[in-house]
Design a protein around this ligand. Structure first.
Ligand code: GLC
Length: 545
């Protein structure tokens, strides 16, 4: 297994990172031009979301060729240059493997449509008539999970968009094709892979209706998933690379199996339970304030649970599918800086591998769009219609989208306060929030007290202190309604982390004497520690002894 415990990953969404040719969309040369910025931040690995040929129905997660570069992002030479330039700066690349499904434009699916039996077996086709859908499962993007192809007299499964057809992993030829994709990219010198919704790849033997849910219980962490992953990793010889699986609606027990080194599956995984604590009744499209007790409980269960059986978490608040953390869990106004820093330390000092999503290190916020024309994301557009159909007014639907849309995380990176936040000289494909005049990389690079400077410090601390990268974790103050608190420890060092998750003062009583401990990090100025003390709004404090 690669040495990864002191490393930090930075996630790039290429379409929104940096546009080098003025067409309004980011590209590979744009990424290369910002490598110095990333090296300065200190990150070790860059995970780029897909830049492979794609009709872009789901912004590249609908891949039509796994081993090429979409011309909209550049050329294979541009990609090789990016890999080489990153390597010179000690930065490795991780590519995003979307192996649960392909675009319906992929050659395999096209051959299947033209009647080729071999390729029909690459997907999940079911014979039938148009009036009888195979199951009542619901697609993750809304609507039925099956589409009928009249010319074939068959239905095909799509857990996501109708243009994203699920692959049939039971077919050994499919698995072989996918191993070849990994071999191809490994040979290009990349250092790791992220596997998209990889816990959905194993479908059930029998397809049946779900009368209590949307169908996910039949294919989530499915019966062959661990075997498939073991085979993929062993045969493609990627066991020594950094691998992360995106796990949708998964369980702790499965994540232990996905990541415990003895299982030889993946290095770590993303789970999303902590990002559902503001879903009313579990529904993403129903708003409520984050349930902080639940959040604390989930961190405790996942951190201590993974530790107990040698699992490893990916630590994150943000990605290209999530609204911005500072808007969601922090404060965009008075305590913007403090809350952005507190959220960073809350996860960066935990046990696991931290991920920084582009712009998070600047405290970038949600976009605050007010019209449906400003949105681009397929899920947001689908759900806007679904919300209207359910009887919401367009104002209500827009308020929900403003809080929940994936486009919140996809607005252009805010480089400076010039035209379009310095992202492009043209018209950006998605408009940046107005606040780029104030919140941008240029301003923060010049400010030692900036959110970015704080992130940089956190990245550096993980390399300096084994208690952060290797230490054990135990949560304390478990019943405190405001403060997330944990202890990290090795044989030689102890660290205490306190994060006030709220905009109110919080009284804390430390469990044992920490008065003489050193202050390692704080987002407010503080020089004395008492066993009983008041934490300021969104204050975070890391103590070392
Ligand atoms: C993952 C990706 C998301 C994509 C989906 C389908 O959840 O992160 O962006 O839409 O998979 O591939």
């Amino acid at each position: 297994m690669a040495d990864f415990k002191n490393k930090v990953v930075y996630q790039i969404y290429p379409k929104s990172f940096c546009d080098s040719n003025g067409d309004g969309e980011g590209d590979l040369k744009g990424i290369t031009s910002k490598l110095d910025y990333l090296q300065d931040l200190g990150v070790d690995l860059l995970w780029s979301t897909p830049f492979f040929p794609s009709p872009q129905r789901d912004n590249g997660y609908d891949v039509s060729d796994y081993c090429a570069v979409d011309p909209r992002f550049g050329t294979m030479e541009d990609l090789e240059e990016l890999i080489a330039e990153a390597d010179k700066r000690g930065i490795g690349l991780m590519f995003d493997m979307v192996f649960n499904h392909t675009s319906t434009q992929h050659e395999w699916f096209q051959k299947a449509l033209s009647g080729d039996k071999k390729y029909q077996d690459y997907y999940i086709f079911k014979d039938g008539t148009p009036d009888k859908i195979p199951t009542n499962w619901v697609s993750k993007f809304g609507g039925p999970a099956w589409e009928y192809v009249p010319g074939l007299g068959k239905w095909y499964l799509h857990l996501f968009d109708v243009t994203q057809a699920d692959l049939n992993w039971e077919n050994p030829e499919v698995r072989e094709e996918l191993k070849n994709v990994l071999r191809f990219w490994k040979a290009k010198g990349i250092k790791g892979f992220r596997f998209d919704v990889v816990n959905l790849i194993s479908k059930p033997e029998v397809y049946e209706n779900d009368y209590i849910g949307d169908g996910r219980r039949f294919y989530t962490d499915g019966h062959h998933v661990h075997g498939f992953l073991k085979e993929l990793v062993a045969d493609a010889e990627i066991g020594d690379m950094v691998t992360v699986g995106e796990m949708s609606s998964t369980s702790l027990d499965n994540c232990i199996r996905y990541t415990a080194p003895k299982e030889k599956e993946l290095t770590m995984c993303f789970s999303f339970h902590h990002l559902k604590v503001d879903y009313k009744d579990g529904d993403k499209w129903s708003l409520m304030k984050p349930d902080l007790r639940k959040l604390k409980e989930l961190f405790t269960t996942w951190q201590e649970g993974m530790q107990a059986q040698d699992g490893w978490n990916a630590l994150f608040w943000c990605n290209h599918d999530q609204p911005r953390a500072v808007s969601r869990f922090g404060d965009e106004g008075k305590y913007w800086v403090e809350s952005a820093k507190m959220l960073a330390s809350a996860i960066h000092l935990m046990r696991g591998t931290p991920y920084i999503y582009q712009g998070e290190e600047l405290g970038m916020t949600n976009h605050h769009y007010t019209s449906i024309d400003q949105y681009r994301d397929v899920e947001s557009l689908n759900y806007y219609q679904i919300l209207l159909d359910k009887g919401k007014t367009s104002e209500e639907a827009l308020e929900i989208l403003a809080a929940r849309s994936r486009d919140n995380g996809r607005t252009p990176m805010q480089w400076d306060d010039s035209h379009a936040a310095g992202f492009t000289t043209g018209t950006p494909w998605l408009a940046p929030p107005e606040n780029y005049h104030r919140i941008n990389a240029k301003a923060q690079m010049e400010d030692a007290a900036s959110v970015r400077a704080f992130y940089k410090k956190l990245v550096a601390l993980r390399k300096e202190l084994a208690v952060i990268s290797e230490g054990k974790i135990a949560f304390i103050l478990r019943d405190d309604p405001q403060v997330l608190a944990y202890r990290r420890y090795t044989d030689n060092a102890q660290m205490l982390v306190l994060c006030n998750l709220t905009g109110e003062n919080a009284e804390v009583t430390l469990p044992e004497s920490w008065e003489k401990a050193n202050i390692l990090l704080t987002n407010w100025s503080r020089d004395t520690i008492r066993d009983k003390m008041t934490l300021k709004p969104y204050e975070c404090l890391a103590l070392l002894k």
